[in-house]
Design a protein around this ligand. Structure first.
Ligand code: ADP
Ligand code: MG
Length: 606
């Protein structure tokens, strides 16, 4: 049987199609109307799951994107005053769809370009600002009917079919929701998807692995905006009337509630969340007046309280709480759905000649104000050589490491990588050139599998983008990337843990995982920041053996280390730093016997 038919996803899809076709015939008419609303909300919420739940970017402005598209659709469907050049867009639902999506994407590109570079609270605040301004824009433009809106939108006709009744619209709306879910799942299960998932808590790491994080944020943002635009188009033809209120900031906040209540980290949390909020509000509207014996806006208050209790009881949302109990509901990605056994190996860069000079520092000096953290450091490393940089705390090792890895730039002096000056280049550039690193404080994505964490290291060895991922045209390349990750994990001795959650590994194994991830970039130089910190003796021995093996395969290694014993048995050469200066350099035995070094280490506040 082909893997396609063995895949659980396919059967879920077939079941979904059957349910969507049958439901409007079987359900009471009123439920069909309510579920149409749920479907439209679910589409918007799906974008929030991608943007906020997965990518870690908070947006309260999705309702405004729905509004742009709904208004564009409504205007084009009703106006008789289009200029001749645009007449083809008028009175035609495809014109409305095109205009809605394009206009939304233009606005999203501008807003994203301004806000996505900012960190911290600026993005959510920016989304609030545009949520408010677009709402008043809708209400103010005479063209759009002011606060009374646009009425008289004709029923939707597509392919000669009239979508003029709730059951017909149900099939269209939920068909689009299903496509949206499949597209989002496909996107997440890809090279681009790994980059999006890395945005949440791993941006520095992702940049060092060659991911353009700004571009990746933009991708997630534009996909979410597209889903909102589709929802706006459906909304206009479902209500046949648009006014500003459903696109207000308050609506934007409610979409966020839907995502959080449903479970923002899981794609189907969007549907659960939209359903939960709509039905909860319905129930409160029905029940509360009976309970309290009087009218009033009590349901809004009770709704708010229930939202707080729900989030307190289920921080991962309803979907998250269910997935914790039922394994089958957890996302199912990577090796399990991709055939990697027959994948062709990825192209490799030409290996450096034996003893080729890989890294050279000349007079590197770094000042922080008056403090000279690195003073006039010169050294070099050849292919197949391990250089250890040691020194007491505060000696300037991390400062040096940051400059070598292009996270920081020397105040003066030069750094050459394979003969090219790299001062001022970005960490992302250097990842592509074959300089790979690990982090002093392990940086991995704890809920992602070991295999996928490592595959991020191979990001620049793939080419496929968003559209290929969504349409699943990336499968052979994806298999190659995952196979590379698998092979590097086997190379470092973690082959037994491919599908474990990275966060479940012991610290020693997590550090080795980082080395495998770095190796996925096909590097000629590995920069390791305190790789032995926090490791037990056995783990240190394992790490030491691994690094010796990699040296034997021609890789140059620079490791910055506090632990003198660890480097003595391993390094070819040792450079000792104290107070930003090089105080000694040589073979491990020479350095160890050097009185100046002993003084710095033993006499200092070790
Ligand atoms: P090590 O890694 O050897 O412990 P560091 O490179 O972290 O040492 O620090 C060397 C010196 O530079 C210390 O005195 C530290 O306080 C200072 N330093 C490091 N980074 C900065 C910075 N970004 N701004 C100001 N001072 C810094
Ligand atoms: Mg340090």
């Amino acid at each position: 049987m082909s893997p396609l038919f063995r895949s659980r996803l396919l059967w879920v899809l077939i079941a979904a199609v059957v349910v969507i076709a049958a439901a409007p015939q079987l359900l009471p008419p009123y439920q069909v109307v309510v579920l149409n609303t749920v479907g439209i909300f679910a589409l918007v919420t799906l974008g929030i799951v991608l943007l906020t739940g997965v990518g870690g970017m908070t947006s309260f402005g999705q309702a405004a994107f729905v509004g742009i598209s709904a208004y564009a659709t409504a205007y084009l469907a009703t106006t008789a005053e289009l200029p001749a050049a645009l007449a083809w867009l008028g009175g035609n639902p495809w014109g409305g769809l095109l205009a809605g999506v394009v206009l939304t994407l233009i606005v999203a590109t501008v807003l994203g370009g301004v806000t996505l570079k900012l960190s911290g609270h600026y993005l959510p605040l920016g989304t609030i600002a545009w949520g408010i301004s677009l709402y008043y824009l809708f209400g103010t433009l005479d063209l759009l009917g002011g606060f009374t809106g646009i009425t008289g939108i004709p029923p939707l006709h597509l392919f000669g079919i009239a979508f003029d009744s709730s059951p017909a619209l149900f099939v269209l709306i939920w068909g689009i929701v299903l496509l949206g879910v499949v597209a989002t799942l496909n996107l997440l299960d890809s090279r681009q998807g790994r980059a999006i998932r890395a945005l949440n808590g791993g941006q520095l790491m992702a940049e060092s692995m060659g991911v353009n994080t700004f571009r990746t944020k933009m991708v997630a943002f534009l996909v979410a905006a597209t889903l909102a635009a589709l929802a706006g188009w459906l909304y206009a033809y479902t209500q046949r009337f648009v006014a500003p209120t459903p696109f207000s900031l308050q609506a934007g906040i409610e979409y966020m509630f839907m995502a959080l209540i449903g479970g923002a980290s899981l794609v189907w949390g969007a549907i659960i969340g939209a359903g939960a909020v709509v039905y909860l509000k319905e129930a409160l509207q029905d029940v509360l007046p009976h309970l309290l014996g009087k009218g009033g806006n009590y349901e809004a208050m009770v709704f708010g309280l229930l939202v707080i209790v729900l989030m307190q009881k289920m921080p991962l949302g309803i979907a998250g709480a269910l997935a914790r109990r039922v394994t089958a509901l957890r996302p199912h990605r990577g090796a399990a759905t991709t055939q990697i056994a027959q994948a062709a190996p990825l192209a490799r860069r030409p290996a450096p000649a034996p003893a080729e000079s890989i890294l050279e520092a000349r007079g590197v000096t770094r000042r922080f104000g008056g403090l000279v953290a690195n003073h006039d450091l010169s050294f070099s490393v050849k292919a197949g050589e391990i250089l250890a940089v040691i020194g007491p705390n505060g000696a300037g090792k991390s400062t040096l490491f940051n400059q070598l890895s292009c996270v920081d730039t020397p105040t003066s002096g030069e750094i050459f990588f394979r003969g090219h000056k790299i001062n001022g280049r970005s960490a992302r550039d250097m990842a592509g050139a074959g300089l790979a690193r690990t982090f002093q404080h392990v940086k991995l994505l704890p809920t992602m599998s070991v295999l996928e964490n490592v595959a991020i290291g191979a990001h620049l060895r793939g080419r496929k983008g968003v559209f290929s991922s969504i349409l699943r045209l990336d499968r052979s390349e994806e298999a190659q990337l995952l196979k590379e990750a698998e092979q590097q994990l086997i190379r470092v001795g973690l082959g037994a843990h491919l599908n474990a959650e990275a966060g479940s590994l012991a610290l020693g194994q997590q550090r080795i995982l980082e080395i495998a991830r770095a190796l996925c970039a096909d590097p000629c130089l590995l920069l390791l920041d305190e790789p032995a910190a926090g490791l037990r003796l056995k783990e240190k021995e394992g790490l030491s053996q691994l690094l010796s093996k990699l040296r034997g395969q021609g890789i140059a290694v620079v490791l910055v280390e506090h632990d003198m014993d660890f480097v003595m048995g391993l390094a070819d050469r040792v450079m000792v730093m104290d107070f930003g200066e090089k105080i000694a350099e040589g073979l491990p035995d020479e350095v160890q016997a050097n009185p100046v070094v002993l003084e710095a280490y033993l006499g200092g506040a070790e």
